[in-house]
Design a protein around this ligand. Structure first.
Ligand code: BT5
Length: 284
């Protein structure tokens, strides 16, 4: 028995005519249900599916966020998709490229959302899609490899989740108030096929630019979409330690540079600290 969607189902017939890509989405697998489209794409990558293979599900039963967190993934109304990238830079440039893949995916998602109308999307470091202070979507990138030396066989799965037609009352209590959807913001249902087509088109453009020209070609766009830079923030590090200050810049490897408060001797006074694998709270 299929899951009934109140909205147009995502079908290959609806999405494929919208694609202007050479690689991304040219193999497009639309699943009714899967634990996680990222997990499925990682598995398929090991099996040798082509570059650009895209896995989309109507529902995830174990949708994943970063750092072991969960992604709420109810059926039929949102977008959960994972794209396999097999093209990588030469091994010596992989370390500077890899951390920018998720930031670039977030830029591409923001541009795709802009094609739907005047939706004021901004990015919260590292790769949350926000509308004002509420979370519309997120990005989870995972690298894998099929062995070999010198990074040969390296691939990355870019996972993107966007709340599209979910309504306020449908979020679990812990997310209501902090999450939003396109329909909640615009008041009208949004066609997921259009959004997916646009997302894949923009992903190919932006990931292509990152690959060909490197992070410096992307950094300016990331900065201009960022809701974090210039803000006072609290960073919660993987160790549990917290740090407060002003978000000042993005480092060459995508790290967030925070100028800590001079008054906080416990943080070592005023200095610029680079954080990675951290969560950020925007302070007022
Ligand atoms: C993310 O993680 O924001 C990355 C989410 C990536 C989801 C996509 S869906 C397709 C692909 N397949 C997967 O299995 N994952 C990817 P993070 O920054 O860790 O944020 C997770 C946190 O966001 C949770 O702890 C909740 O607080 C919140 N959250 C969970 N579900 C949400 C939702 N649907 N909308 C808004 N916030 C949510």
């Amino acid at each position: 028995m299929g899951i009934k969607s109140r909205y147009r189902a995502l079908t290959n017939e609806a999405v494929e005519p919208l694609l202007q890509t050479k690689i991304i989405g040219r193999t497009l697998l639309l699943l009714e249900e899967t634990p996680s489209t990222n997990t499925e794409a990682l598995r398929l990558a090991q099996e040798g599916v082509p570059d650009g293979t895209t896995v989309v599900a109507e529902r995830q039963t174990a949708g994943r966020g970063r750092l072991g967190r969960q992604w709420y993934s109810p059926p039929g109304e949102n977008l959960y998709c994972s794209v396999l990238l097999r093209q990588t830079p030469p091994p010596d440039r992989v370390p500077e490229w890899l951390p920018w893949v998720p930031l670039t995916a977030a830029i591409a998602a923001a541009h795709a959302l802009a094609t739907l109308g005047k939706i004021p999307v901004s990015l919260k470091w590292p790769n949350d899609l926000l509308i004002e202070t509420r979370k519309l979507g997120g990005v989870l990138c995972e690298a894998g490899g099929s062995g070999g030396s010198g990074g040969k066989g390296l691939f990355v799965v870019v996972g993107i989740g966007i709340n599209v037609n979910i309504t306020a009352g449908e979020f679990p209590e812990e997310l209501s108030g902090q999450a939003t959807s396109l329909a909640m913001e615009t008041g009208v249902p949004v066609d997921r096929a259009m959004l997916l087509g646009s997302l894949l088109n923009h992903l190919e453009i932006w990931q292509g630019l990152l690959l060909a020209k490197g992070p410096r070609s992307i950094a300016g766009e990331y900065t201009s979409l960022s809701a974090t830079l210039g803000q006072r923030v609290r960073a919660i590090l993987a160790s549990g330690e917290t740090l407060e200050g002003r978000a000042e810049g993005i480092g060459p490897d995508g790290a967030l540079q925070i100028r800590t408060d001079p008054s906080r001797a416990d943080q070592g006074g005023a200095r610029v600290v680079e954080v990675r694998d951290a969560d950020v709270v925007h302070l007022r």
